[in-house]
Ligand binder design. Structure first.
Ligand code: ZN
Length: 138
């Protein structure tokens, strides 16, 4: 890993995102939606590969950190790099949660909870809709 400066932010208008994304992808990533458990892509994906942002293609998670959380959402104990995601306090719905976004384009990805497995103890609970998967053994 080198110390390349953080990639330039990607900013697009709502209509540009609507044009690029499916309605469900738009709802989750740009309107802070949550897919229903066990309905989105990738929660049951077990192949090796890389997960990237469905909006901007930034690499976000690697299959090595994916674990079976039983929640019906793809879950990881760490992002691909610390700089790949940004975390924001989310006080909606009378709960304090930490929202996780793509650091490059601000796509809403999901939330991180402090009940994950070793080594981090964190559980990045992601909407599969926000991620595209690229298997490494094609
Ligand atoms: Zn992105």
């Amino acid at each position: 890993m080198n110390s390349e400066p953080t990639a330039a932010k990607i900013t697009k208008s709502e209509s540009q995102w609507r044009e690029q994304l499916t309605p469900e992808q738009f709802r989750v990533t740009r309107a802070h939606g949550t897919e229903r458990a066990f309905t989105g892509p990738h929660w049951d994906e077990k192949r090796a590969g890389a997960y990237s942002c469905v909006c901007c293609g930034a690499p976000l998670f690697a299959s090595q950190t994916k674990f079976d959380s039983g929640t019906g959402w793809p879950s990881f104990y760490a992002p691909a790099t610390k700089e790949a995601v940004s975390e924001h306090e989310d006080r909606g719905m009378f709960m304090r949660r930490t929202e996780v976004r793509c650091a490059r384009c601000d796509a809403h990805l999901g939330h991180v909870f402090p009940d994950g497995p070793a080594p981090s103890g964190l559980r990045y609970c992601m909407n599969g809709t926000a991620l595209s998967f690229d298997p490494s053994d094609r």
